[in-house]
Design a protein around this ligand. Structure first.
Ligand SMILES: *[C@@H]1O[C@H](CO)[C@@H](O)[C@H](O)[C@H]1NC(C)=O
Ligand SMILES: *[C@@H]1O[C@H](CO)[C@@H](O)[C@H](O)[C@H]1NC(C)=O
Ligand SMILES: *[C@@H]1O[C@H](CO)[C@@H](O)[C@H](O)[C@H]1NC(C)=O
Length: 460
């Protein structure tokens, strides 16, 4: 099997006293951050035909209190449409997990997910953001916007924490950004698509009807959620990792008031952050693109390290080909839960679906999964073609793959956490003297294409 080493992250950190093995440990937060970076980035090394689009900070956002976790202004990247796409707008909401505790939100302030100080000044527009017809057949000449994510609650919090100088202003960031884009020409849109991946994919569900309401009824408006179908699932040890995390986030960030009434009048606010309880009530046409074995959910919701302290599930978690039969059954059950969560949703003619049986996450942002010769397909149709057919009402698109391992077009993600060596001196610990903990932490993430899949960088 050919292997392509695409990303090697090496993180050495020297930490003083007070390090604990809790979920909130700094190493853990950093590891989660690296995982997100890997999953949500275009995992291809620099090439010639890059489209680097500059970051625009929203001037005046601060006066409306629409700020990142650390109080810095939010931002976006806009590439103007041209020719027939001049009056069409695509908004892509950036993803990047959530923060659910003071500690994890304070950590975020030191990253691009919580402060525009750390955001890339230019981003590579690929996949659904590409400006080339051969890479992005239906949206290439639209106005394409990537709205950066720096609030930690899928653009839906409202509040602040004075003691820790934390601003939970996701909802205001959303509104302010939409106002800014309307002023930049989006108000004249003839058609518009709100999209997003991961936490941004969930945000595109949460804000879908609000987005539609920005426009006159003559504008064709739809929403696409990529890898946003986070299920209220039970982990391999019987716990509710994701629900517990959402509960903390909803409470800490004051999300409840911004969740749809149709849900909060029936259920507790935490439940109303789960798409399975929202999608039936969304009026605007919505497309759900998701891997049935979503790589982030496998890592962080189904087999979180906290629920597997002895690492019995570790090999399976890192590489699905190492799962034994009972572990695979557990993953198949997750797929079944996903399919039943979308059962009612799929009945509506206006909705679209592409649920492929892959171990992937964010397939619309990466060129290799969105539209390429060897990109994932269901019934010989690539993701870009499926989304385009649905948006333009060319054909109904409700594609659900047969269960693993029937799909040989997947670009599966394999994680190889080579070492996680923690050296700690017993005597130092016992005497309670301040100690420096040298933590060698090396994560090697390897993308292993299926043996039949030719990868552009695979030159060996
Ligand atoms: C930008 O993305 C394209 C398409 O995936 C890729 O070919 C190119 O190498 C990327 N450029 C950078 C600087 O990452
Ligand atoms: C699969 O692995 C898990 C975790 O090590 C173990 O508990 C289970 O018994 C194994 N199942 C089979 C069928 O080997
Ligand atoms: C890889 O593709 C082959 C066919 O080319 C298929 O038989 C096999 O099951 C696939 N493996 C995985 C892990 O998807």
């Amino acid at each position: 099997m050919k292997r392509v080493l695409i990303w090697v992250l090496s993180l050495w950190s020297v930490v003083g006293i007070g390090w604990s093995r809790s979920e909130d440990g700094l190493q853990e937060l950093k590891a989660k951050d690296r995982l997100l970076s890997f999953l949500e980035k275009d995992a291809v090394s620099p090439g010639a035909n890059s489209l680097m689009i500059p970051l625009t900070l929203i001037q005046g956002a601060a006066s409306k209190g629409a700020v990142c976790l650390d109080g810095t202004p939010p931002g976006y990247h806009l590439d103007r449409g041209f020719r027939s796409g001049s009056n069409s707008w695509l908004i892509q909401l950036e993803g990047g997990g959530w923060c659910n505790t003071i500690r994890s939100c304070v950590f975020r302030k030191t990253t691009r997910r919580g402060s525009s100080k750390f955001m890339e000044k230019r981003l590579n527009f690929t996949g659904i953001l590409s400006n080339k017809a051969e890479e992005n057949p239906d949206f290439y000449n639209w106005n394409r916007v990537k709205l950066r994510y720096c609030d930690g609650a899928s653009f839906s919090g409202e509040g602040q924490n004075e003691a820790n100088q934390l601003y939970f202003r996701g909802q205001r960031i959303w509104s302010t950004a939409m106002e800014e884009l309307m002023a930049k020409g989006m108000r004249n849109a003839e058609q518009a698509l709100l999209s997003g991946c991961s936490a941004g994919g969930l945000a595109s569900i949460l804000h879908c009807d609000e987005f539609k309401d920005l426009f006159p009824s003559t504008t064709k408006v739809k929403c696409l959620s990529d890898a946003g179908l986070f299920l209220d699932a039970t982990n391999m040890a019987g716990g509710h990792t994701l629900r517990d995390m959402y509960r903390g986030m909803v409470t800490l960030q004051g999300v409840q008031k911004n969740l749809p009434n149709t849900c909060t009048s029936q259920m507790d606010p935490t439940s109303c952050f789960f798409p399975q309880n929202l999608i039936a009530n969304i009026q605007t046409p919505l497309f759900l693109l998701n891997a049935a074995y979503d790589a982030w959910q496998v890592q962080e919701s189904l087999i979180p390290s906290s629920a597997d302290p002895h690492g019995f599930w570790r090999d399976c978690k890192m590489d699905h080909s190492h799962c034994n039969s009972s572990q695979m059954l557990f993953l198949q059950d997750f797929r079944n839960q996903m399919l039943s969560a979308i059962n009612g949703f799929s009945m509506s003619n206006q909705n679209g679906l592409f649920i492929n049986s892959c171990f992937a996450h964010c397939q619309s942002e990466r060129q290799d999964t969105w539209y390429a010769n060897d990109s994932p397909r269901i019934g010989n149709k690539a993701i870009a073609a499926s989304v385009g057919d649905w948006f333009f009402d060319r054909t109904a698109t409700k594609a659900i793959d047969c269960p693993y391992p029937c799909d040989n077009t997947c670009h599966n993600l394999i994680f190889n956490d080579v070492t996680s060596t923690i050296t700690i001196s017993e005597s130092t610990r016992l005497t309670f003297t301040p100690l420096n903990l040298l933590n060698a932490f090396l994560i090697t993430l390897i993308c292993v294409p299926n043996a039949s899949w030719g990868f552009s960088l695979d030159r060996d």
